[in-house]
Design a protein around this ligand. Sequence first.
Ligand code: GLC
Length: 553
Amino acid sequence: MINDLWYKNSVVYCLSIETFMDANGDGVGDLHGLARRLDYLAGLGITAIWLMPFQTSPGRDDGYDVSDYYNVDPRYGTLGDFVEFTHGAKQRGIRVLIDLVVNHTSDQHPWFQEARRDEGSRFRDWYVWSKQKPANANEGMVFPGVQTSTWTYDKEAKAYYFHRFYDFQPDLDTANPHVQAEILKIMGFWIQLGVSGFRMDAVPFVIAEKGADVKKPRERFEMLRSFREFLQWRKGDSIILAEANVLPETDMDYFGEDDDRMQMMFNFQVNQTLFYALASANCRPLEKALEATRTRPETAQWGLFLRNHDELDLGRLSEGQRSAVFAAFGPDKDMQLYDRGIRRRLAPMLEGNGARIRMAYSLMFSLPGTPVLRYGDEIGMGDDLSLAERNCARTPMQWSTEPQAGFTKSATPILPVITGGAYGFEHINVADQRRNPDSMLNWMERLIRMRKEAPEIGWGDYSCVETGQQGVLAIRYDWRNNSILIVHNLMREPVEAEIDPGIGENGQLLIDIADGSNSKAGKDGKHCVFLEGFGYKWYRIGGLDYLLRRSDI
Ligand code: GLC
């Protein structure tokens, strides 16, 4: 069971083929390039790759507008290359998750083309139509400020079609049994080609009722069970990681009371309060968010992240909290997006402060769940705010000081490489950091190793331990007679925190697994832990050698 539920203690690395490594020199990253970088990823220690959409697509939403679910976009390679890649990953013990974007298709998808042309087509009912303009056509846009409606008139179809996202992404009518069968078929196809599961895009919208007369869309949670059931029949250890930015009250509807729906979900609640904690050095709301998202079935797991390929959505914070995060990390209008978020990468948000950036990752890695890193984060890449919308944080990977950061031999990469300034490839690149033992890259490798050696985080029970300081978070995990205590100081100033790990005699000695500065309890059983500004400690509780203790597995 422990080894079977691989995703409980995985470290996931998310990347886009397009901007990772270009092997054929046409300016666009490809599967060959990625395959050549598998040893780099294996060396970093990650255990799973999440590939952003790479299927055939006009590419108007970075591949989230698919026009053929059963092919690789020719710019990235072929299906054969894909299988070579998943095989190569497997040889190195790395699993592959891929994006599954089935809430909508591209408007160029042959299904939509046929549906709009012919009212009698069998594909007509695969989409959501209305002869009249629905009253709520100007509501529920996911990209406010860029998208102006959720229903658009199509001259050819002589009807309005529904699109939750951009107007070139018509929603599939997921209530239609033919569409549901097709979704399973798509999953079955990629599973057969070697993937271990899916990051399912926009899950709340996939399962929502759709239609012109739907006022308050109900979610059809039963669908989630059918997805999981299908996958488990086809390949027992495959999973779905759901993108569902929902309120904690509904988490269990997604995981399933009977542990029978999504195995993983991104924890957006914790993500947003984590940024608030970083901005305000107040950990209390983060503790509350951890508590609110504590309940989950035994086989379920949270996906944790700092930044991803989208904007940092702050929509779930209170007004006051949101303004604090904007003020600290995205004060300028062009750093913000869709009236609710920040579009920057993490390193520039934290002003390039190395100690603070490392503390933020260490904190994310120490929270209950599976960490998901974004490519380039391991070297502290920056953003290019001159690029539109979310593209600012999707620039090519910076490999070396060669032209175009060693990403491509072409002079015209698909997106411009960050050049010059503090985050330019001349300063921030893999080759330089590889040689420097104190670099972010080598630090990240050590963090990943430390997280993998602490399975308590993925499996154990946790509790927040009192530190007497609003700016210090201490979290303890217990699992199979092993306990660890992880402490983070979110403040700029050094601090001495009084901590009682709360397990009597066993808590007398704290073994520092990060840098070897152990702590002995005072007479009152409490530890006086000194933390530098933005400092952190990972302790194993008790004096026994932990490898011996783990022999009970
Ligand atoms: C998800 C993706 C985002 C995409 C959208 C539409 O929110 O994360 O990048 O634009 O779905 O597919």
